[in-house]
Design a protein around this ligand. Structure first.
Ligand code: NAD
Ligand code: UGA
Length: 459
């Protein structure tokens, strides 16, 4: 029997992963029809919107890819069951957040959306269907999916693969077009090769790795744990640099020059954010405990604890430098997204830091080029307002600085690297501070303009 040829793909979940990933597959595989489905009619409508600058996910380059393929072989739809029925291959790319209640609350991943997707596939699929885990999942989740699919009635068959996604937000299109590797885990060689043939249209063969299912699932959690661990490691050293007069950027350059360590992911900052690092480590911690590996669980848990401490430490430092109180004081917050070049605020360090400052009575003037006011209101748990303990969104750095005792740089947007400090400092109430939690601003220029400057990791 020859390889099953994939002509029609369905992706369940039109989110940060499903949307960009399928757009690139459609772009690179013009002979394959790709349909992304979602329960959220609002999200699908936004993907289908005429104005490509208002897609539900902001990623540099995404608008161009969607513009090329949409309506040709890339479609966005709410017709979940019909699309599954017509598909040779179904990606499950739904959310897997940390459970908020019940067994494992606060650590285990909530698999209810994955389970629901598997049940829908079992019901709606026709003939032979390859089902691919794209979501990040606990080890051995494929077993659960296989069991659900095995209960399907009628003449259908399935092969389950794991194909975790390694893209980072802000660079998703570049990561997808030129991945370091594509990982496919599975037991069914024909299904593995059919999926490999899709990626093979633009990814070099040696970059397509094949493993067993469990290694693939665990590799994804492990990659995120290692990446997050590097950030907590460098942030811990940043605090040590501040205490001793060393400079964390010099230390990072010195250790990064060692090819065994490498230079990437050594930027000290306000702590890692994003929807995945914390969730995936907590999931790893939960699974380690489940298998009785207490020391291993405690080891990884510390990465998350250090991250919380880093966020808390920055809020406390701001308060302490502003004479011990921020009550009624204006603070301009530069950046709210969890990193630059995304509109995503999930687990953004800005949320925790702003909440701490609001609780102390600060008046925050927040500027972010991509995050909406309604998103900030949801994240901060209160609408925009006025007076002590309030926040408002402002369009530019100038308004953030107006009457402010301090500017607090939290997201490394490029525009914050080129601030005219003479002009901005003149708008602030003196003595004024720049707290740069990303070491992104031109500290020398800010100092020359009369500001006092704290830069993360600089002793
Ligand atoms: P997301 O919340 O942006 O999108 C998930 C989408 O799935 C939502 O639009 C939701 O409505 C939809 N959905 C949920 N249940 C559904 C169902 N039964 N039928 C149809 N649609 C359904 O999530 P995301 O950021 O795209 O992440 C998805 C998965 O990918 C997660 O497991 C995450 O850990 C993983 N991941 C995310 C990233 C990232 O950068 N965000 C990177 C790699 C891996
Ligand atoms: C991360 C991983 O990099 C991806 O490989 C993975 O696919 C993804 O998680 C996921 O599973 O969701 P992402 O969270 O989008 O991607 O972005 P990163 O670039 O990893 O940044 C995460 C956080 O760490 C951000 O808050 C960022 O500002 C921070 N960071 C990153 C630092 O503080 N210092 C660094 O040196 C690098």
């Amino acid at each position: 029997m020859g390889l099953p040829t994939i002509r029609s793909i369905c992706c369940i979940g039109a989110g940060y992963v499903g949307g960009p990933t399928m757009a690139v597959i459609a772009d690179r595989c013009p002979d394959v029809q790709v349909t992304v489905v979602d329960l959220s009619a609002e999200r699908i409508a936004a993907w289908n919107g005429a104005d490509l600058s208002r897609l539900p996910v902001y990623e540099p380059g995404l608008d161009a890819v969607v513009g090329r393929c949409r309506g040709r072989n890339l479609h966005f739809s709410t017709a979940v069951e019909e699309t599954i029925a017509a598909a040779d291959l179904v990606f499950i790319s739904v959310n897997t957040p940390t459970k908020t209640k019940g067994l494992g609350a606060g650590q285990a991943s909530d698999l209810k959306w994955v389970e629901a997707s598997a049940r829908t596939v079992a019901k709606a699929a026709q003939g032979h269907t390859i089902v691919v885990e794209k979501s990040t999942l606990p080890v051995r989740t494929a077993e659960v999916i296989q069991e659900i699919l095995a209960s399907a009635e009628g003449a259908k068959s399935f092969a389950v693969l794991s194909n975790p996604e390694f893209l980072a937000e802000g660079t998703a299109i570049a990561d997808l077009e030129k991945p370091d590797r594509v990982l496919i885990g599975g037991q069914d060689p024909e299904a593995i090769e059919a999926l490999a043939a899709i990626y093979g249209q633009w990814v070099a063969p040696q970059k397509i790795l094949r493993t067993n299912l469990w290694s693939s699932e665990l590799s994804k959690l492990t990659a995120n744990a290692f990446l997050a661990q590097r950030i907590s490691s460098i942030n811990s050293i940043a605090a040590f640099c501040e205490a001793t007069g060393a400079n964390v950027r010099e230390v990072a350059r010195a250790i990064g020059a060692d090819s065994r360590i490498g230079e990437k992911f050594l930027q000290a900052g306000p702590g890692f954010g994003g929807s995945c690092f914390q969730k995936d480590i907590l999931n790893l911690v939960y699974l380690c405990r489940h298998y009785g590996l207490e020391e291993v669980a405690a080891y990884w848990e510390q990465v998350v604890r250090l991250n919380h401490w880093q966020q808390q430490r920055i809020a406390r430092l701001v308060i302490s430098k502003l004479f011990g109180t921020v009550s009624g004081k204006r603070i301009g917050v530069l950046g709210f997204a969890f990193k630059a070049d995304t509109n995503d605020t999930r687990e953004s360090p800005a949320i925790r830091i702003c909440r701490d400052l609001l609780e102390e009575g600060a008046v925050l003037q927040i500027v972010d080029p991509k995050v909406s006011e309604s998103q900030m209101a949801r994240d901060l748990g209160q609408p925009a307002g006025a007076g002590e303990g309030s926040w408002q969104q402002v369009p530019e750095v100038q308004q953030a600085a107006s009457g402010a005792d301090a500017l607090l740089l939290l997201t490394e947007w490029q525009q914050f690297a080129v601030i005219d400090w003479q002009q901005v400092a003149a708008l602030m109430r003196q003595p004024a501070w720049l707290f740069d939690a990303r070491a992104k601003a031109d500290a020398a220029a800010a100092r020359a303009a009369g500001l006092q400057v704290w830069s993360v990791g600089e002793g």
